[in-house]
Design a protein around this ligand. Structure first.
Ligand code: GTP
Ligand code: MG
Length: 197
């Protein structure tokens, strides 16, 4: 599936601008700078598909990508970015949370947590929202290349514990790096299992 081309087809800035629900969707959700856009590029092997930036708050709209007419990948704006203005935060997060709560064809949310950083209250809030809305999500640790083995092992245990305690969470935690390619094939397999035949 991921050998096939993936193409950008839609950007939504407001809740009433979402494309009509069609193919199954998998959305990438997480704090600003956690590596959502980078992961999308690593998965598809298309380096410039989604815009990546060192400045948090790069992705400011919901970007929809069609993967071989079998699945739609959705790059979401990040949450928990302290430097964004209140108005901007409210705008992006409003449309994102509306999307997460109300999307009938949203098959799974990949909830990204930075392997280097402790889980923040904004992450817990996102998981609470997904539990409440009964939207299936899966925890994906990112940037595993940039953390030592002892700390990584502790983060994995913490993530597994979160997966056990959150009712909507998938039990399998994925450990990835867009830099080294670690866990990318495993994540591809999870996503491919949600595509239409
Ligand atoms: P927003 O769109 O602002 O919410 O950010 P994002 O979650 O899409 O993150 P993005 O992919 O833009 O990456 C943010 C920064 O993290 C960039 O400087 C990336 O190069 C870096 N980064 C992303 N993935 C990895 C990774 O696997 N390892 C390392 N070491 N750095 C990474
Ligand atoms: Mg982004």
């Amino acid at each position: 599936l991921f050998a096939r081309p993936c193409t950008f087809f839609y950007a939504a800035q407001k809740s009433d601008q979402l494309p009509p629900p069609g193919l199954p969707e998998v959305a990438f959700c997480g704090r600003s700078n956690v590596g959502k856009s980078s992961l999308l590029n690593a998965l598809t092997g298309q380096k410039a598909l989604a815009r990546v930036s060192q400045t948090p708050g790069r992705t400011r709209q919901l970007n929809f990508f069609n993967l071989a007419e079998r699945l739609v990948l959705v790059d979401l704006p990040g949450y928990g970015y302290a430097k964004a203005s209140k108005d901007m935060q409210r705008d992006w997060q409003g449309v994102m949370f509306d999307y997460l709560r109300g999307r009938p064809n949203l098959m799974r949310v990949m909830l990204l947590l930075d392997a280097r950083i402790e889980t923040k209250s904004a992450d817990r809030a996102a998981m609470d929202l997904l539990n409440t809305a009964a939207v299936a999500f899966q925890i994906v640790l990112t940037k595993a290349d940039d953390v030592g083995p002892v700390k990584l092992a502790a983060r994995i245990e913490e993530a597994k514990d979160l997966a056990r305690r959150n009712t909507a969470a998938h039990p399998l935690v994925l450990v990835t790096s867009s830099e080294s390619g670690q866990g990318i094939d495993e994540l591809r397999a999870e996503i491919a299992s949600l595509a239409v035949a």
